[in-house]
Design a protein around this ligand. Sequence first.
Ligand code: NAG
Ligand code: NAG
Ligand code: NAG
Ligand code: NAG
Ligand code: NAG
Length: 441
Amino acid sequence: MILNHWKGAGKELRGRTDVYFSVLCFVCRVAASIMSLFTLGVFLGVAACASSLNNGLLRTPPMGWVPWERFRCNTDCKNDPDNCISERLIKSMADRLAGDGWKRLGYEYVNLDDCWEAPKRDAQGRLQPDPERFPSGIKALADYVHSKGLKFGIYSDLGSATCEHYPGTPLEALDTDARTFAEWGVDLLKLDGCFSNSSTKAIGYPKMSLSLNKTGRPIAFSCSWPAYEGGLPPKVNYTLLGKTCNLWRNYLDIQDSWARLFRIIEWYGDHQDVLQPAAGPGGWNDPDTLIIGDFGLSHEQSKVQVALWAILAAPFFMSCNLQTISEEAKDLLQNPLLIYINQDSLGIQGRRITKSHYFEVWKRPLVDGQYAVAIMNNGTDGMPRPFATTAGLLGISDCPAGYKIYNVLDKLFMGDYRLNDTITSKVAPTGVILMFLRPRC
Ligand SMILES: *[C@@H]1O[C@H](CO)[C@@H](O)[C@H](O)[C@H]1NC(C)=O
Ligand SMILES: *[C@@H]1O[C@H](CO)[C@@H](O)[C@H](O)[C@H]1NC(C)=O
Ligand SMILES: *[C@@H]1O[C@H](CO)[C@@H](O)[C@H](O)[C@H]1NC(C)=O
Ligand SMILES: *[C@@H]1O[C@H](CO)[C@@H](O)[C@H](O)[C@H]1NC(C)=O
Ligand SMILES: *[C@@H]1O[C@H](CO)[C@@H](O)[C@H](O)[C@H]1NC(C)=O
């Protein structure tokens, strides 16, 4: 059976989550004393709303497009006009997001990354874009993006310069830059951390959070802070981070390779006891952009990235060329059930529950007693490997009547399973099976 009934359902299913969440947050404020009566899922939700930045933004992980992984600091518009960092590139990606079915599914942010700036601030000390590559200015670009029903994100760096040596945002400029971004109509700021030390970061990130708040414009705040401090306590305080930022890069930049992707996945698994409780509505761990549609991953490896990013409640920020993306890659990124899992309203990050030589099993609890389970095979020995389990063995037994199970990425209904029925799947080398379990109760 093909999952036709999920087609186009992303938006509708997402709509419901908001209602659920306001109820949950209400519960968390008035009923802390009877918390022990609630299920684990609600408990984790409570912990998340208690600690997240109070700007009402990113109640589910953000979705959209970011240039960095694919387009880097290409500023050569003379020789490479289609691929240089310019208003032309941003506008063409906005056109694709709005025109090719992305926006409808929730991909709504079009972001700039490094290398948009002119080499110097203007006479009033404000950041300004490169005049040749952004001749209409950033406000006009943001207006264009908004006119497509999308949101606009920008980049700066807490420090004396950005990583690519454009003007940074030092402590003295936090208020000025926040005001400039608000005046331009920015909806999200990514603040990188090159060229500043740990003490400047410890002052600057919380201060920028306040500066953004003071502008009165809702601007989601993506912090690279933990990535510069090794990503782990005691150097990183995840409670403080959750009060400061909506999103934070914890670890290495992604590169266009399976080796780097696998290394990132392993790091999130190895440190899940710290990372998993830190995530929730309004504040997310960010393992970096999706590289599906680029050069380095096979189709099976691309499935691994989307499956794990959905389990991890990670941002779905694509970094590929939406003008030339293959139908196969697009079909994967536009899978409505995949997006439904990623955008689940409880916002509980999943965990790696077992790991053996070839297989890793990851599990994420979802709203209404549903679950997502990813079975990843990291072997490279040619042949798909069979993996057998049961719902009971996966620790999924709240519904005694069992579960309907869907193979999300192959768009197949696998069948009805009792708790002790064997679930068998064959998992391709460096591949994954992503299952969605729906209670039959
Ligand atoms: C960090 O950088 C600031 C600004 O450059 C400097 O004043 C301060 O002394 C530095 N702190 C440490 C511990 O190096
Ligand atoms: C600023 O912070 C206050 C208090 O946390 C919050 O109620 C308000 O919505 C925030 N405003 C913006 C624009 O982020
Ligand atoms: C982490 O930050 C929170 C919130 O600011 C603070 O209450 C707590 O004491 C900090 N924890 C550590 C270990 O510094
Ligand atoms: C898969 O992961 C396991 C555990 O980390 C490791 O022992 C094994 O070598 C990995 N296999 C491959 C092919 O990388
Ligand atoms: C599986 O559970 C059902 C009841 O849910 C029971 O009738 C059946 O005997 C069990 N089968 C095995 C192999 O344990």
